[in-house]
Write a protein that binds this ligand. Structure first.
Ligand SMILES: NC(=O)c1ccc[n+]([C@@H]2O[C@H](COP(=O)([O-])OP(=O)(O)OC[C@H]3O[C@@H](n4cnc5c(N)ncnc54)[C@H](OP(=O)(O)O)[C@@H]3O)[C@@H](O)[C@H]2O)c1
Length: 319
């Protein structure tokens, strides 16, 4: 399976490392042999029809700051044209989230779909701003669009809701869906100020470069910037913790800082995410897992890749 990767930051480089360490396993267990045939960042690109040498790609990025240093030639390039022209089965869209206009993610995804490439994105911007039209374009072009990494980082929250509760109906859910803000609140419980906790999250690669992009605008939402160290300490004295909780009831979605008991199953710390689904027939189910970080998010990309490959195979068999 030939891949075009756009965005080679925390998630992109983690994905390359994951492929390096797991390629034999992936072939043995799932029969997939993913090869990155083009990689693009904001400074340049690298291409190889047979697959880029991933260690060399990571070294080029580390030493020169751009994948363009993979080759000696320093050519001008148009990312959209590259996405369209390179022979590949799939685009991995791993560029920064932009909730103002969804770019460059939306254009990258459209270019891939129009040139017949399946798309995996971890970028929340295109989905928050253009999900219905991207889905329509995907269906029109018979393209698979997957986005596990946009919800819960490495935790298979979407898959759980979609696959494990088949036949049941979900009445509501509530939980922590943002590993970055949970990390910041957990660090504040340890005594760090909001600013220090945010800087620590950025240093560890969990936070967006523009941190306020880490939340969605089109839901009833209040973020954690108003939560002070003394609020956190007061909750702690009561045996509670303040968490950024998303609650969905009757199709209304609210996200706001909420005081939870420390023994509540969704009251998890660090970059963990936790969601409780309430279903009509089988009651409550709580899923907990890593919600941010390069490798957990890259593992969600890999999961999507295997899922697309399996879906394509099943469809072929049913023809
Ligand atoms: N990090 C996490 O824990 C996490 C978890 C879940 C979802 N996500 C999502 O994953 C995406 C990537 O996150 P990240 O942490 O990997 O971000 P990052 O470290 O900032 O990397 C972003 C990459 O995109 C490249 N880029 C920026 N603008 C571009 C453009 N116009 N054309 C081509 N490449 C461009 C950057 O190039 P340069 O390297 O040249 O700057 C960089 O390689 C974001 O949308 C984020 O919301 C991240």
């Amino acid at each position: 399976m030939r891949l075009v990767v756009i965005g080679f930051g925390v998630v992109g480089q983690s994905f390359a490392r994951l492929l390096l360490s797991r390629s034999a396993d992936l072939y043995r267990l799932y029969g997939v042999n993913p090869r990155i045939v083009a990689c693009i960042d904001s400074g340049g690109y690298a291409v190889s029809a047979t697959g880029l040498d991933l260690q060399r790609l990571l070294n080029a990025k580390k030493l020169s700051g751009t994948v363009g240093a993979y080759d000696k030639e320093n050519r001008k390039f148009d990312p959209l044209r590259l996405i369209e022209k390179v022979d590949a089965e799939m685009l991995l869209e791993l560029t920064p989230t932009n909730l103002d206009n969804g770019e460059p993610g939306i254009s990258n995804i459209i270019a891939a779909m129009k040139s017949g490439k399946h798309v995996i994105t971890v970028n929340k911007g295109p989905l928050a701003l253009a999900f219905p039209s991207l889905l329509e374009l995907a269906n029109y072009n018979n393209i698979k669009l997957r986005f596990s990494g946009t919800v819960g980082g490495g935790t298979p929250i979407l898959e759980f809701a979609k696959r494990c509760l088949k036949g049941d109906s979900i009445i509501s859910f509530q939980g922590i869906l943002n590993g970055t803000t949970n990390y910041i609140l957990s660090k504040m419980e340890e005594g760090l100020t909001f600013e220090d906790a945010l800087n620590d999250a950025k240093y560890k690669g969990y936070a967006e470069t523009v941190p306020f992009l880490d939340a969605i605008k089109d839901v009833n939402r209040r973020g954690i910037t108003g939560v002070s160290l003394s609020d956190v300490r007061r909750a702690h004295k009561r045996g509670n913790a303040i968490k950024l909780i998303a609650i969905c009831n009757n199709k209304q979605l609210d996200v706001k800082p909420t005081e939870l008991s420390n023994v509540d199953p969704i009251c998890v710390n660090g970059t963990l995410n936790a969601v409780t689904f309430s279903s009509e027939q089988s009651g409550e189910h709580t899923i907990i897992g890593q919600g941010a970080g390069g490798i957990p998010t890259a593992s969600a990309v890999l999961r999507d890749l295997i899922d697309i490959r399996n879906t394509i195979f099943e469809q072929r068999e049913n023809l």
